[in-house]
Design a protein around this ligand. Sequence first.
Ligand code: SF4
Length: 369
Amino acid sequence: MIINIYISRINLLRVFGYVITRRKSRLVSIGSVEIGANAPIAIQSMAKTHTDNIESTVHQIHELEALKCHIIRVAVPDVKAVKCLGEIKKRIHIPLVADIHFGHNLALEAINQGVDKIRINPGNMQKREKLEDIVRLAKKRRIPIRIGVNSGSIRDQRGNETDLVELMVNTTLRYCEHFESLGFKDIIISLKASDVQKTMQAYRSIAGQCDYPLHLGVTAAGAPEDAVIKSAIGIGGLLSEGIGDTLRVSYTGTPHQEVRAGYKILEAIGLVESSEAEILSCPTCGRCEIDLVKIVEDVKRRLPTKKQSIQIAVMGCVVNGPGEAMDADIGIAGGNGFGLLFRKGEKIRKIPENEMVTTLLEEIESLQP
Ligand code: SF4
């Protein structure tokens, strides 16, 4: 059933003059949020509070809701935590996912508490019949299960399979077949490795062998400065190939940063419209004769807080400056102590360096809807 399903491709979105096509996946609902098929890519995060501290968990989730996080997951390490899920669910507005490892009773209780999805690694559930109890109850309650396989959790199961990617993919497909044999198809898959290339290989491989929606992520990605690069390459690269239906950027940091980074990835590849002014600035070099770094910093710091989707180009000289400045909504191409101001592709006037920041801010203000 799940083997050798060829990917049929559909147009996703025409952006920046090219079309990203998307792997055709099955539609799965997580509470009010649809994942897969033509549904928008959903951004997820994980609360970093202790789940049994209901107040701080709900507070953090509300903050993430304000950042437009679509789905939130919480850790369920013990009975105390699982008993709080019902109350947390009542007080939040986005789908709640329970992250369960080892404890089959925790998974059953999480479902009974009314969560919208559970995430398990079936390899961590020792007894087959206990795993089947979970699948049957999820089916009865009509909630999906994410089969979340991580490279770190699978190493012990290597046996004769020495290739980690192959092992992750084959193991996951076996889990899927097991779930299917119980008549359960509300499956979402994640195959995360801390190695970006292995992560991408695993997702590419499984994308061609089943039609379940894929939850993208690079696991144990590290501190923000490392995690953002790995995630941009891994998650962004896969999405650019049309692979992936939902994502979580994993940071050793706050979940707020994870959500913001998720949006930045989607914006960078044109899958959502940028919600804030985007500054395109050159890296500067020996040709630059204005203090471009300071100008960019000042403009960025003083940008209006009102959300708007515009591009501002701030370029150091005439080499690439006029071209980029003309392509942006507003642009400046620097010269020797002055700059040429462009608006919507038209050259407007010459301005001295010391007026560039205020002029740009006035121009931005004039484009406010
Ligand atoms: S636009 Fe001009 S100043 Fe900026 S990096 Fe290019 S050549 Fe250098």
